[in-house]
Design a protein around this ligand. Structure first.
Ligand SMILES: Cc1ncc(COP(=O)(O)O)c(C=O)c1O
Length: 373
């Protein structure tokens, strides 16, 4: 039987992710629009984007937060091009985005002392095999496999190298052990349901020390440059962006931060996401034809939840199309490089009631597409 109730909001994409419940573009504070981003009002908004982020995330003393160009990719590239090369590098990759960082490190930066720790979709590399005398590059949550690192226990407090963590689908959704992370990047368009184009770069004091004591052998494009005369350009981390940002996107980000604050802060956003995952978990437990791609429950992502079905690739595609045509779920097909299946975003901007409404539709659509099997 076709279910009666549809999700009120069918947006379950893993990026850009759903806008928060109650989002209204006409309610944004657009007083900065049409003004210079270097005017007092512009700098205040950008400065607030940095300081409110630090406050909500509970960053340790001395950590810097900056708004940088080109979304999460921009932030990761900026970090890798500015910091790597001083030591060997261990790079962990268990899905498409991590694999992209491996390519940059080996084929673009052409670093030689590189230890690549790969794992297939659904698994994690052996975290105990990481050499922390090297710099270590990894994603906190593999968005295209739905596999996250379970915690930071595998990272030693007294490491010699830096940890560079692409945490774009984890920040504001998973607890992060800040003291163990020297560089953390994310984008507005993921967990907070913000806009694309801008990235966030968080630096520990050890990362700053590296920036001020090491100059890479390669040229540094202006868009990546974080130091001048061997000193950190502190202004970048107070809202004096390297180049011109979209003040509309900034207004949207500030709206998202206020929403998190209104929810009760970071922990409330994390809990909301975990409750969302619980809805999918119950469904998977009750239905033998659907499984998590993540093999170990400890590593199961609570944001980009990836699922495999007892169905052919064509049947999965038909299911995704059917649910979109019913206006029940948009953009829930697996990432193009990942094994065929579903990927359902469970971050805090998604309402639990909408996931609850979606689950019976998955059963219905599965029956429709496999009926002639
Ligand atoms: C783990 C990870 N890294 C990097 C990116 C690229 O992010 P952006 O398009 O915001 O640069 C994504 C996007 O989904 C991601 O999930």
């Amino acid at each position: 039987m076709q279910p009666q109730t549809k999700p009120q909001n069918p947006n379950f994409s893993s990026g850009p992710c759903s806008k928060r419940p109650g989002y209204d573009v006409s309610k944004l504070d657009v007083s900065t629009l049409g003004r210079s981003h270097r005017s007092a009002i512009g700098k205040e908004a950008l400065g607030k984007a940095c300081s409110q982020t630090a406050e909500l995330l509970g960053l340790p003393e001395g950590y810097r937060v900056g708004v940088v160009p080109a979304s999460d990719t921009g932030a990761v590239e900026m970090a890798m091009w500015s910091l790597l090369g001083a030591r060997g590098v261990d790079v962990l990759a268990w899905e498409s985005f991590g694999a992209g960082w491996v390519t940059d490190i080996t084929k673009q930066l052409k670093l030689e002392n590189v230890n690549h720790l790969p794992a297939d979709y659904g698994k994690l590399p052996d975290l105990n095999a990481v050499n922390f005398d090297n710099d270590v590059v990894f994603t906190w949550n593999g968005t295209t496999s739905g596999v996250k690192v379970p915690n930071g226990d595998w990272i030693p407090a007294d490491r010699a190298g830096l940890t560079i963590c692409d945490a774009t689908s984890a920040v504001f959704a998973m607890p992060l052990p800040w003291e163990k992370l020297d560089v953390v990047t994310y984008s507005w368009q993921k967990v907070l349901g913000g806009e694309g184009a801008h990235g966030m770069l968080i630096l520990s004091p050890r990362a700053v020390e590296r920036l001020e004591s090491y100059t890479p052998a390669w040229p540094m494009p202006k868009i990546f440059r974080m130091t001048k005369g061997g000193k950190l350009i502190e202004g970048i981390f107070r809202g004096e962006t390297i180049n011109t940002p979209s003040m509309l996107c900034v207004a949207d980000y500030l709206d998202a931060l206020d929403w998190v604050e209104g929810l009760g802060g970071l922990q409330a956003a994390i809990s909301k996401s975990e409750e969302n995952l619980a809805v999918v978990k119950d469904f998977v437990q009750a239905n033998a034809w659907i499984n998590f791609l993540a093999e170990d429950e400890e590593t199961l992502s609570n944001t980009s939840v990836c699922l495999t079905l007892d169905a052919s690739e064509e049947q999965v595609k038909a299911l995704v199309k059917l649910l979109a045509s019913e206006k029940v779920a948009y953009d829930i097909g697996a990432y193009r490089d990942a094994p065929a299946g579903l990927r359902i975003w469970c971050g805090a901007t998604v309402d639990k009631a909408d996931l609850q409404a979606l689950m019976p539709w998955l059963s219905w659509a599965y029956q429709q597409v496999t009926a002639s099997k």
